[in-house]
Design a protein around this ligand. Structure first.
Ligand SMILES: C[S@@+](CC[C@H](N)C(=O)[O-])C[C@H]1O[C@@H](n2cnc3c(N)ncnc32)[C@H](O)[C@@H]1O
Length: 224
């Protein structure tokens, strides 16, 4: 069997991502943190007890999950064992695994999948959403974050990023369609990342702009 694609990028993941983004727009930590902050804000006042970072990779989101959900048990799943080794260094307390079957009857109150689905072949995305839905407790919430294929800056970065070479973007309309097919009932969505770093002072306005299909990324919140 061939090695998972991201095994080869695990050691250099952070550097490759930074190199793909022009200096003036690069905000490494912010890109990882804003997703978790948005998730925490949308879940509030609920306090999920067990959270899964689906496709956690090298674990860039895990320290923020630990920060925003200090009482939660954190789990991270990825098909790339080499990436999980880096994630374990970042967040030693997280329970990391690459064998989905080992999950057994464990269920999560919340799942986040950050920039994962464009790496899953289109004909396997519905199945991956079903997999996540199956791992949620009743009433559990899943947050999917993806690149907006219609944003030219996003597309420019996507085309320069070495580990996106085999990836295929996943539009919001397609994500909503597959969420319905995978059995998710109530879904909410919005575009994000409208303002680059020089205009960061305007970011407080982003929730009001969420219906504008101009943001660099989008989220879909799905309830089981
Ligand atoms: C761009 S990285 C994102 C990593 C992390 N979520 C982040 O925000 O930094 C995409 C990750 O998705 C993982 N991946 C690809 N296919 C997957 C699948 N079917 N199930 C779980 N993870 C997958 C890859 O191994 C890789 O670590």
């Amino acid at each position: 069997m061939s090695k998972p694609e991201f095994d080869q990028y695990a050691q250099q993941y952070d550097r490759l991502m930074q190199e793909a983004i022009p200096d003036g727009l690069n905000e490494d930590g912010y890109f990882a943190e804003y997703k978790v902050a948005l998730m925490a804000q949308r879940l509030s006042p609920a306090r999920p007890r067990r959270i899964l970072d689906f496709g956690c990779g090298a674990g860039r989101g895990l320290p923020f999950l630990a920060q925003y959900f200090p009482d939660a048990e954190l789990w991270g799943y990825d098909v790339s064992p080499e990436s999980l080794k880096i994630a374990a260094q970042r967040t030693p307390d997280a329970r990391l695994f690459s064998d989905w079957d080992a999950l057994g009857q464990t269920r999560f109150d919340a799942i986040i999948a950050a920039n994962v689905f464009h790496h899953i072949p289109p004909d396997q995305r519905r199945q991956a959403l079903e997999q996540c839905r199956g791992a949620l407790a009743d009433g559990g919430q899943m947050f999917l974050f993806e690149h907006n294929p219609y944003n030219p800056a996003t597309r420019w970065v996507f085309e320069r990023c070495p580990f996106d070479a085999d990836a295929e973007m996943f539009s919001l309309s397609e994500a909503l369609r597959l969420a319905g097919e995978a059995g998710f009932g109530h879904t909410q969505q919005g575009y994000t990342l409208f303002f680059p770093r020089p205009l960061a002072f305007l970011r407080g306005l982003e929730p009001m702009l969420k219906r504008l299909p101009l943001g660099a990324q989008y989220y879909v919140q799905m309830e089981k």
